[in-house]
Design a protein around this ligand. Structure first.
Ligand code: CP
Length: 358
């Protein structure tokens, strides 16, 4: 079995994401990731298993006895939430997922409150966290940091798993898991996710959730992807190259209303102006045609869904919020369940939770 202890960092870093996958898997050989770093670690079989485990956990948690059982599952573990970029949902849903499973948590949410302020490197900070905790859940503006840290920790005397909670403009794998979980649940009694059309709209150039979800959708049969954005923010070639290589049908468009007519799911995203190379660059782009409002709602299929990783600004009008097709609030809560499933599975508790008597 491939192991990060058997490969130099430079050789590992040079591999394709697919080729990295076996190095990041649990040693037990059940296919589940040990380090979760990118969407390419998940195939359809794994997604099905995680969605089933998330469903099981949310069911068990309904009764007090079940909730107390869940709290005992990982009561012997501690997790560090290291978020050096702002977050509400990803931080809180991972925190809540840990609480559901009985994991004790610690957190750093601002490097200025840690010894990084005194000049400690991120590498040394993470190595320090591994002295006290059994898992690191980390968000960083630095693309590739989670991956480097996974290699470093696996080659240290205290190897512990890393969960990437958002890395630069690059990947947000657990967001993509909750997006898939939401899509699967939305269409489970309506013929499933295969054969659907998913429209992505907004800042597709810098949205890491789009990159991760676009890849995960390739695990489903005949799912067509439509990318709607101002030309300055259209989906980058690294995303469409994967779709082309996998034979996935996709198109790019500048017309949201037209795209919505054929959509089964519309995935809105905000303009990610925190990545602007010069102050106010995004504000000079005309984004007025890339907002979902009453007119788009009127042409959306009766069983279509509106999604958003959130936070939103004005790209979904609040008049849509109470429509039964607005899935973004449920999407947020689904994040807690699928993250609990991923954490339980990372520590090898998938089977025992699935088969518990609750
Ligand atoms: N979707 C998402 O990553 O939200 P937060 O930035 O609030 O965590």
């Amino acid at each position: 079995m491939a192991s990060l202890t058997d490969i130099a960092w430079s050789d590992f870093a040079a591999l394709s994401l697919e080729a990295k996958r076996p190095y990041l898997a649990r040693r037990e050989g059940d296919g589940m990731p040990y380090h979760t770093l990118f969407a390419q670690q998940f195939d359809r079989a794994l997604l099905v298993r995680l969605c089933a485990l998330a469903n099981r956990i949310r069911f068990i948690n309904k009764s007090k006895e079940g909730a107390l059982y869940l709290k005992s599952v990982l009561a012997h573990k501690r997790a560090m939430l290291y978020f050096s970029q702002p977050s509400s949902r990803t931080f809180l849903s991972h925190l809540a997922a840990c609480q559901i499973l009985g994991i004790t948590t610690g957190s750093v949410r601002d490097a200025a409150t840690s010894s990084e302020f005194k000049g400690e490197s991120k590498e040394d900070s993470i190595r320090t966290f591994s002295s006290y905790f059994d898992m690191i859940i980390m968000r960083s503006p630095e693309q590739g940091l989670a991956e480097k840290m996974a290699w470093e920790l696996s080659n240290s005397s205290r190897p512990i798993p890393i969960l990437n909670a958002g890395s630069g403009k690059d990947q947000h794998p657990t967001q993509a898991l909750l997006d898939i979980y939401t899509l699967v649940r939305s269409f489970e009694n309506k013929g499933g996710l295969d054969g659907r059309t998913v429209v992505f709209c907004g800042d597709l150039l810098r949205g890491r959730t789009v990159r991760s979800l676009s890849y995960l959708l390739t695990n489903f049969r005949d799912v067509r992807q439509v990318f709607v954005a101002p030309k300055e923010l259209q989906v980058p070639a690294d995303v469409t190259d994967i779709l082309t290589a996998k034979g996935v049908s996709y198109s790019v468009s500048g017309n949201l209303r037209e795209a919505v007519r054929d959509a089964d799911a519309v995935y809105m995203t905000r303009i990610q102006d925190e990545w602007d190379s010069s102050k106010g660059a995004s504000a000079r782009i005309d984004t007025s045609h890339f907002k979902f409002g009453a007119e788009e709602l009127a042409v959306l299929k009766p069983d279509g869904v509106i999604m958003h990783p959130l936070p939103r600004r004005d790209e979904i009008a609040t008049c849509c919020d109470h429509d039964p097709r607005a899935m973004y609030w449920r999407q947020m809560r689904n994040g807690m369940w699928i993250r609990a499933a991923l954490i339980a599975a990372t520590f090898g508790f998938e089977e025992s939770v699935m088969n518990c008597g609750y």
